[in-house]
Design a protein around this ligand. Structure first.
Ligand SMILES: [Zn+2]
Length: 438
């Protein structure tokens, strides 16, 4: 008799996968579990015999017809796993997503300063469903199973186009999804969009750690807040992360402006201070999170290693080449240093969502008009240094979601019109002088 005989009738291409433990002491959390979707079919009598033989003296085969039938009652979480059809999307509580690699950081922080757009949903899902964590259909995992991910950017089976269907349909196919293209001609001016207060953004101890999450590079922040800017209350700045393409010439910002995509985009993730880091509350509030988006554009000229703040930030990438790697930031750079050159009084505003699964529609978005200028070589370090898994995995590139249907976009009132007119007039006069030979 072979093992194949014992497994007869089971389609071994259909299974679930999660990272778990031994089910007996010492319960070491070192097991990659595979649960096959189809059961091995056995005669009822045989099932009864095999169970009772473990409970007491062996039952003679001749007596087996008189043995009461034993009903097998799987534990609730076992039932959930076993009844789910592999081609069907599982319910959210069974199919956590986001950065598991970022989770330990989140959990060890009582103030949850490391929760983010990417790990936030993972945190709540994990807390709600710890017995059945990370159980995902093979169809979703197969392209990326080595990294235990449920969504990705690089493969059709788990990439952005699949999020609204097989990966994360509960919110990703909603009606206020991000990112969007900003049509500047359609944005309406709103005088309530006043200046922000960026508190402690000049602190050189505000950036604490930098992490390769397998999908982005994330920097945890501490003791920074934002208010004003048309926000209803004060928000804690928890982290920022980046989206990029494949080098400065293959752009990868998430938002676009009049159809134009920038090389990179920085997202600073903020949570209402009143929630005290409670992700559950944030995800239940339509403005629970405030995201600040900054475009990154190629710096003019042939500068390299510029600006110094971004060069310093990018220098850490070599220390976090693998998913899950993290490094402390002890360079004296502040958020103000990283945002240098941006007029933070000029921005767009709309209500949207997380741009990663589970795409919760709880984000009040601010997208600043002025880009941050960074030299080409620094931009290129992002797509050429960090991997989505270990060193043998592919490089992390094109880490952005496709554009979602337009939302109503508001804009700060443009007060620079008079100076533009003046500058234009001066140029016109200069042109006349040049033309007339004066
Ligand atoms: Zn983002």
């Amino acid at each position: 008799m072979s093992l194949d005989d014992l497994l007869g009738g089971v389609d071994r291409s259909l299974f679930y996968r999660y990272n778990g433990s031994l089910t007996t002491p010492t319960c070491n959390e070192a097991v990659v579990w595979t649960i096959f979707s189809q059961p091995i079919r056995m005669d009822k009598k045989l099932v009864s015999v095999s169970r009772l033989s473990l409970l007491g003296p062996r039952v003679p085969e001749s007596q087996s017809p008189t043995v009461p039938e034993v009903q097998w009652s799987p534990a609730p979480e076992q039932q959930r796993v076993l009844v789910a059809a592999p081609q069907q999307p599982l319910e959210q509580s069974h199919r956590p997503s986001g950065d598991i690699t970022g989770l330990p950081n989140v959990l060890q922080s009582s103030s949850a300063h490391t929760v983010d757009l990417q790990s936030g949903p993972a945190l709540i899902v994990s807390l709600l469903s710890s017995p059945a964590r990370r159980v995902v259909p093979r169809a979703v995992l197969q392209s990326n199973s080595a990294y235990g991910t449920t969504w990705c950017y690089h493969d059709a089976s788990c990439g952005p186009a699949a999020w609204p269907t097989v990966v994360s349909p509960e919110f990703c196919n909603g009606s206020r999804q991000s990112p969007v293209n900003i049509d500047t001609g359609s944005a309406t001016e709103d005088s309530s969009l006043n200046n922000f207060n960026f508190n402690n953004y000049n602190s050189t101890s505000g950036l604490t750690t930098i992490t390769n999450t397998g999908r982005t590079v994330k920097v945890a922040l501490q003791d920074l807040t934002v208010s004003g800017g048309g926000l209803s209350t004060t928000y804690n700045s928890l982290q920022f992360h980046l989206h990029w393409g494949n080098g400065y010439a293959v752009p990868g910002s998430e938002h676009t402006v009049n159809g134009m995509r920038y090389p990179m985009e920085m997202h600073i993730v903020n949570m209402k201070q009143s929630f005290n880091g409670n992700v559950t509350l944030a995800l239940a509030d339509s403005e629970g999170l405030a995201a600040l988006g900054f475009f990154i554009e190629v710096m003019d000229g042939d500068a390299t290693a510029s600006p110094a703040s971004w060069n310093t930030l990018a220098s850490y990438l070599a220390n976090i080449t693998n998913s899950g790697d993290s490094a402390n930031i002890n360079s004296q750079i502040s958020m103000d240093d990283l945002l240098d050159g941006v007029d933070r009084s000029r921005y767009y505003r709309y209500l949207g969502s997380l741009t990663t699964p589970t795409c919760n529609e709880v984000v009040i978005w601010t997208v600043f008009k002025d880009p941050i200028k960074v030299s080409k070589d620094v931009i290129n370090r992002f797509n050429s240094t960090v991997h989505i898994g270990n060193d043998t995995s592919i490089l992390m590139i094109n880490t952005y979601r496709n554009i979602q249907p337009n939302q109503e976009v508001k804009t700060t009132v443009d007060n620079s019109g008079s100076s533009i007119t003046l500058a234009s007039a001066q140029m016109a006069i200069a042109a006349i002088w040049a033309f007339t030979g004066f």
